[in-house]
Design a protein around this ligand. Sequence first.
Ligand code: SAM
Length: 284
Amino acid sequence: MELWYTEKHTEYASFSIKVDKQLYSGESDLQRIDVFESKEFGRVLTLDGYLMLTEKDEFIYHEMITHVAMCVHPAAKKILVIGGGDGGTVRELLRYDSVESVDLVEIDEEVVNVSKEYLPQTACQLDNPKVHCFYEDGLKFIRRVNDEYDVIIVDSTDPFGPGEGLFTREFYGNCFKALHDDGIMVNQHESPFYESDAYAMQRAHKRICQSFPISKVYQVHIPTYPSGHWLFGFASKKYHPVRDVDWDRWNSLGIRTKYYNTALHAGSFALPTYVEEMLRDVEA
Ligand code: SAM
């Protein structure tokens, strides 16, 4: 008998991975959590049936959600991660000696527990003393924070269920308030390709533009995400993500990456024409 994990990307398109076995299945108060073992992609984490990461391609997502902001900001010390309970973003942040503390606000403690047990590749730094975990809704946490962080990374699920509030104007406005004067926010920004994802990404861009003076979008190729074409948002109070960067500073840090490099960083802000048009339509 063959076992397959299938995620429906639209009513008419799906993506499947052949599964060797199911390592974990459980229900937290908020969502169903599953971990599968597969030959092609290694371990796979899903929440409510939606694919969050695979061991084979998670480096692309986690390097690109982290290193772009960390390269642009000349001295990021205090970082906030909202979501990201699998630990992949925290792992990348802790590759910077200059990072003094990372606050991780994850709404579901069970995601952290399951990741520590079944996904050591991403969860490997969650017990680092520089990391402080808060198990609460990021939307509520950010309301009480003022002028605290250099960088905020919103490593959330999609804009429905528990992740919905992390795509609201109130949330982006509070992230602006929680950042220092030269702070940067990066968020997972959905895909431009399928209609419902594209609508979510346009809506997020419109709201971020209303909250931050600099709001740009960059692209990345993630084989296991719907269409493979994914976007991140870069919102900033001061620094432009390509013009205000000291590339030599980042290269001199000697951080070894598998996907990110400074040439790719600059190039990832060059977008296909249809995506530029979608963004322009909501920027006015
Ligand atoms: N790479 C992923 C993706 O886009 O598929 C995101 C992965 S990470 C596991 C997302 C995390 O965000 C989940 O663990 C989820 O519990 C958490 N999350 C969702 N809504 C949240 C909220 N309102 N506040 C804090 N964490 C939230």
